[in-house]
Design a protein around this ligand. Structure first.
Ligand code: ASP
Ligand code: MG
Length: 426
């Protein structure tokens, strides 16, 4: 390593010292480290951030589709692989990335050390495959930073108090990054991905979708869970809880990105922040259920016992003595869910069940909705004008979701986006 040291005045020295105390956490997703060329690109960016006077902690995901490939491998051996061994397997993807990135940084003349979640001391509960972080030991990271090193941490993994390796659920590297930023009191947590930031609709669906300069935690959480695949929703929740500013940026350019932060008055002036599409759910209707107290309780506790997550639920008071109950489940759960739902239907003497696995959920998100009326009506008109039928509706303080025919989901997104004039101004 070769560096030129220049004499500095006291003033700049003092300034540098101050800047040096700033910790920056950067996270690079799988697509940003998918091959060696990209790993080298990340190394250059990390080194640049360090040379600007930051103490840098980098979190990386497994390269490209590695995690999916590992899951496939396990699937070739067992239909239901042991969850502990699954974590042992999946955690290797991230371990590959951290080592390669450390080497690439060394080649650029900076000191870096890679660490697994285990080595850092990211302590989780014992739920393999979906572990929750309970505690993070910041000591080793801080010691390495103090030695002038760049610290590279494997995302998505931790260990239990009993020294078992765990993983945090898909997309969990975001969570690692936000949690580290929180314990290290970083000035910002930068999430690097393959898009320029958070858009007000998926640019692959709406060609003139606009990138948002800023969005609130709550809106981002809704958008993440409603199908905008930019960030893992739990990580945004943690960011909100611990007040970590999160900046989503593109690892391949210098675009400004989207800042996820606390809600402010200015945001409320914006009526709609985003439109999302979720095509991963299916609708189930339990037909002709006796309309009397306790029935819904019975149905849904049976379904919950089967560990099946329900999203939207609709039931109306009937004029006869019977009613239908409709709800949505993840399509990936459907196979597993159907026998359980059938049993629940039998238990309440319903006539039967009906399944529609070709639905789409279109949602509109915006904190501005809290202080403005007429948003729902306008959304429904956009759909009506296209002759798109609404099958289910659900709302929260900052969100309206409609279930429509699966074949018309994308069209619905475009129609709503246009109605609210959310496109780029040309
Ligand atoms: N590699 C893990 C996954 O693909 C974690 C992550 O990418 O954040 O889910
Ligand atoms: Mg990944």
């Amino acid at each position: 390593m070769f560096r030129v040291t220049q004499p500095r005045s006291f003033a700049t020295l003092r300034m540098t010292n101050k800047v040096l105390q700033m910790i920056l956490v950067q996270k690079y997703g799988g697509s940003s480290v998918a091959n060696i060329k990209k790993v080298k690109n990340v190394a250059r960016r990390v080194v640049a951030a360090k040379r600007k006077g930051n103490q840098v902690v980098v979190v990386v995901s497994a390269p490209g589709d590695t995690t999916d490939e590992l899951i496939d491998l396990a699937g070739k051996i067992s239909k239901l692989p042991n969850r502990r061994e699954m974590d042992m397997l999946l955690s290797t993807g991230e371990q590959m990335s951290v080592a390669l990135l450390a080497m690439a940084i060394h080649e650029l003349g900076e000191d870096a050390v890679s660490m697994t979640g285990y080595q850092v001391g990211i302590i989780t509960d014992e739920v393999h495959g979906a572990a929750k972080i309970e505690d993070i030991d910041a000591r080793r990271m801080k010691a390495e930073l103090a030695k002038g090193k760049i610290v590279i941490v494997a995302g998505f993994q931790g260990k239990t108090a009993n020294h078992e390796i765990t993983t945090l659920g898909r997309g969990g590297s975001d969570l690692t990054a936000v949690a580290l930023a929180s314990v290290l009191k970083a000035k910002v947590c930068e999430i690097y991905t393959d898009v320029d930031g958070v858009y007000n609709a998926d640019p692959r669906i709406v060609s003139n979708a606009r990138k948002l300069p800023v969005i609130s935690y709550d809106e981002m959480m809704e958008m993440a869970s409603l199908g905008a695949k930019v960030m893992q929703s739990r990580s945004v929740e943690v960011g909100k809880k611990y007040d970590v500013p999160i900046l989503v940026r593109n690892s391949m350019n210098n675009a400004e990105g989207t800042l996820i932060t606390k809600e402010n008055k200015k945001m409320e002036k914006v009526l709609v922040s985003g439109i999302t599409l979720n095509e991963d759910e299916a609708k189930v209707t339990i037909l002709k259920v006796p309309d009397k107290p306790g029935i819904a309780a019975k149905v849904f506790s049976k379904i919950a016992e089967g560990n099946i997550n329900i999203d939207m639920i609709i039931q109306n008071k009937s004029t006869t003595n019977y009613t239908d109950i409709s709800f949505t489940v993840f399509r990936s759960d459907l196979k597993r869910a159907l026998p359980v739902i059938r049993k629940a239907a039998e238990a309440v003497k319903a006539r039967g069940i009906q399944v529609d696995d070709n639905i789409a959920k279109v949602s509109l998100v915006g904190v501005g909705m809290k202080s403005h009326s007429g948003v729902a009506g306008k959304m429904f008109s956009a759909l009506a004008e296209k002759g798109i039928n609404i099958e289910m509706i659900s709302t929260s303080e900052i969100k309206i979701s409609c279930v429509v025919d699966g074949r018309r989901g994308k069209e619905a997104v475009r129609a709503i986006h246009k109605k609210f004039e959310l496109g780029k101004k040309k």
